[in-house]
Write a protein that binds this ligand. Structure first.
Ligand SMILES: Cc1cc2nc3c(=O)[nH]c(=O)nc-3n(C[C@H](O)[C@H](O)[C@H](O)COP(=O)(O)OP(=O)(O)OC[C@H]3O[C@@H](n4cnc5c(N)ncnc54)[C@H](O)[C@@H]3O)c2cc1C
Length: 443
């Protein structure tokens, strides 16, 4: 459905907390049960899960068409499980590329080789899945189910407030301003969340910049490499991620010191090629072919955001809006999906019945949601920060210690399970030894 076009005088209630200048025309308000702001993995998964539970949703997405480059292609095995739970795994399976191994090489030597099939879980392998494909599958499933109205492009620019209670969103669309009145509003609007800011939840947020930024780029896939492996290459305090992409290329995340892109750019493209080749000498030709201008690269400013309270009366945050993570070990999409899966039944159960509103039940539901999810987010964040520190150890003794740690991990399947389970299998219990993996041997 597209944004309504009808022009209508502004009504008195509820009030918006962010007045606009040069206001465009105001349309007929829309009333729904849940207004989801943001059509990323978290927002789309939540909309689908809520409609499957019989709830009505209006979803706003500021960008039309779902085009997103260099975003969240790595999905952990637990994310694959969550997609199966939402009934969309079969829709994306033919576009997903399964990964069997994680290989870390440090100082030119392989120090860790993780085999995902050795883990005792039903969903064992991560997959690479382009975000537009994932988002289209979630949107299609919600559309087929019915109950979800999508306004796209539509930007949330204000919240509707009734005293302390948020009652919906004020959105800017090509057809003018639309008010979406809802019993619950969900901020699934990502790492720079407007809902977080407008609701005042930003005040309790702590943003921690990491020591590195990441320059992303795609290169031709080298013929000699195994397409089923994630590779991390470390050299002293520098590292890069090399991930097989579904479009047949290798997605490279090259770590650079925080804020040093300008310096790198002024040194010229050859300096970037040299950095890549230092980590992966066999990629010299691919680097020269794949990156011919700076427009072939994207910078990700890495920070984590720790939001103390994920909800205020009538509004709740999920995904990156509630907890921005770093890209290490591909955790962001998984947590956004896990938030949606956890929140949907709590919210659906707490929404008003035809007999009347239940604000207390809604408040209890969103608190229960945060209690259920924040420990897992904290564990992922801790693991990412420890990894980040390990990767940046630069002095020879510290780098030697790092190699020893990885080799110890390599030698012990039990230790691998302990260290990697919070990242890859947090929602799964070990399967009986004979149980087959639920992910198929396709690649
Ligand atoms: C370069 C890069 C690489 C990454 N790689 C990985 C990876 O390999 N694996 C992984 O798991 N994670 C990765 N991430 C992180 C991952 O993309 C996020 O964690 C994940 O997308 C979070 O999902 P989300 O739905 O919470 O937010 P988002 O995906 O950010 O979606 C938010 C949506 O809200 C919309 N929006 C924002 N403001 C408004 C508004 N006011 N009104 C309406 N709509 C609005 C945005 O357009 C967007 O579509 C990467 C991130 C980046 C930037």
């Amino acid at each position: 459905m597209t944004a309504p076009q009808a022009n209508k005088p502004k009504t008195n209630e509820p009030k918006t907390n962010e007045p606009m200048q040069n206001e465009p025309k105001t349309n007929e308000p829309i009333t729904t049960e849940v207004c989801v702001v943001g059509g990323g993995p978290g927002g789309r998964a939540l909309a689908l899960a809520l409609t499957r539970l019989g709830r009505r949703v209006v979803l706003l997405e500021q960008r039309a068409g779902g085009a997103r480059a260099f975003r969240g292609e790595s999905l952990s095995p637990d994310g694959v499980r969550l997609l199966a739970g939402l009934g969309v795994l079969e829709r994306v399976r033919e576009h997903a590329h399964e990964v069997h191994r994680l290989e870390i090489a440090d100082g030119g030597a392989r120090v860790l080789d993780v085999r995902f099939d050795a883990f005792p879980y039903a969903y064992r392998r991560p997959v690479e899945l382009a975000q537009p494909v994932l988002l289209a599958a979630l949107a299609e499933a919600a559309d087929e189910h019915g109950g979800c109205t999508v306004l796209e492009p539509a930007s949330a620019v204000g919240l509707l407030a009734d005293g302390p209670m948020i009652r919906g969103v004020r959105a800017k669309t090509p057809g003018g301003i639309v008010e979406i009145r809802a019993q619950a509003t969900v901020g699934a609007d990502g790492r720079y969340s407007s809902v977080r800011r407008l609701s005042g939840l930003e005040r309790g947020a702590r943003r921690t910049p990491l020591e590195r930024d990441v320059v992303w780029m795609k290169l031709p896939f080298p013929a000699a490499w195994d397409r089923r492996a994630y590779r991390v290459r470390i050299s002293s305090g520098r590292h890069g991620l090399f991930l097989p992409s579904t479009d047949g290329t290798v997605r490279v995340g090259l770590n650079i010191p925080k804020g040093s892109l300008r310096e790198l750019r002024s040194a010229g493209l050859n300096a970037l090629h040299d950095r890549l080749v230092e980590l992966a000498p066999e990629l010299a030709q691919e680097a020269a072919e794949g990156v011919t201008s700076w427009s072939d690269t994207t910078l990700l400013d890495i920070f984590t955001t720790d939001v103390r309270r994920w909800s205020a009366p009538g509004v709740v945050l999920i995904g990156d809006a509630a907890h921005t993570l770093s890209p290490i070990l591909g955790q962001g999409v998984n947590h956004a999906l896990a938030d949606a899966a956890a929140l949907a039944p709590l919210l659906a159960g707490a929404l008003a019945t035809p007999r009347g509103g239940r604000p207390a039940a809604l408040a209890e539901a969103v608190h229960a949601f945060q209690r259920e999810r924040e420990a897992a987010v904290r564990r992922s964040r801790g693991l990412q920060l420890r990894q980040e520190r390990m990767f940046t150890l630069a002095s020879p003794p510290a780098a030697a210690l790092r190699r020893t740690v990885y080799r110890a991990l390599n030698a012990s399947p039990a230790l691998q399970r302990k260290v990697l389970a919070p990242a890859y299998f947090p929602g799964q219990v070990p399967a009986p030894a004979a149980a087959p993996a639920r992910t198929e041997q396709r690649t």
